[in-house]
Design a protein around this ligand. Structure first.
Ligand SMILES: Nc1ncnc2c1ncn2[C@@H]1O[C@H](COP(=O)(O)OP(=O)(O)OP(=O)(O)O)[C@@H](O)[C@H]1O
Ligand SMILES: [Mg+2]
Length: 252
């Protein structure tokens, strides 16, 4: 079965989507990879320069039992496919609520996909919602981006409790995969303190630290990963390193 990772933090704007897109682009150079956009903002879909039109999205897969193969799109990167989102996904929370097996819709969809991909990466919305529970029920590991800023650790204990509850009730295989430090500004002492604090509390923190880097922020507007847009930039180098660590952590 594919190695499945949920990129999650209910805190908004911490770098979930940026990290999901860039680690997928790096991993896809060697391994067939599927990026799942599970957020109604559809930022991951847009970051890859894709526009859906009338095509089915992850919404139809979760709610109407649409075959995921019909919704999955190729991207400009040969090893990377995308299960896209559309703004209609905002309705999914309400639509899922009364359904039987509501937490397992994504997992069932992955079972239909089978062995096509070696890695599946899910970009979660900024909420501990039914969509995020679907991601956790379908994943092996949760990877948590933490912004190197004030209140970095806010909400993390709630997130860890949710992971434990999912382990107990929905998916015994699920575990915390690691903390990923994002948007590090080397000029501030606060950023250094946050890195120390996070490493002290969470031994499972990846070594690669993603710097705050304008190239990282610009790349999505060109529909590109930062490794394509600015391969020599500090952001590109850090995301490549992080992707290698993640592949190692998942068993290579
Ligand atoms: N390393 C970085 N350097 C500079 N800007 C960054 C970096 N990482 C992310 N950003 C910018 O920060 C903003 C938030 O990032 P992103 O969308 O990845 O966060 P998110 O956690 O997915 O947000 P949401 O919770 O809304 O889904 C974006 O504008 C993005 O371009
Ligand atoms: Mg996002």
């Amino acid at each position: 079965m594919p190695k499945t990772v949920a990129i999650a933090n209910q805190k908004g704007g911490v770098g979930k989507t940026t990290t999901a897109v860039n680690i997928c682009a790096a991993i896809a150079q060697r391994h067939p990879t599927l990026l799942v956009d599970l957020d109604a903002q559809a930022n991951a879909t847009a970051s890859l320069g894709l526009v859906l039109g009338e095509r089915p999205s992850v919404h139809e897969v979760l709610i109407r039992g649409c075959d995921p193969q019909e919704a999955i799109l190729p991207t400009h990167l040969p090893g990377l496919s995308l299960l896209p989102a559309s703004p209609s996904l905002v309705a999914a929370e309400l639509e899922l609520a009364p359904m039987i097996g509501r937490e397992f819709k994504l997992r069932r969809a992955f079972q239909r996909i089978g062995e096509t991909y070696e890695y599946i990466v899910i970009d979660c919305p900024p909420a501990l919602s039914l969509l995020t529970l679907n991601a956790f029920a379908a994943a092996d590991k949760v990877m948590v981006p933490v912004q190197c800023e004030y209140l970095a650790l806010e909400g993390l204990s709630e997130l860890l409790t949710t992971i434990e509850l999912v382990q107990l009730n929905l998916n015994p295989q699920l575990a915390l995969g690691g903390i990923m430090l994002t948007m590090y500004d080397h000029r501030t002492s606060l950023a250094k303190q946050v890195v120390e604090e996070v490493r002290k509390h969470f031994p499972l923190t990846f070594s690669a630290v993603i710097p705050r880097n304008v190239r990282v922020a610009e790349a999505p507007s060109h529909g590109l990963s930062v490794m394509e847009y600015a391969p020599a930039s500090p952001g590109a180098r850090a995301y490549k390193e992080l992707a290698e660590e993640i592949v190692m952590a998942l068993g290579g």
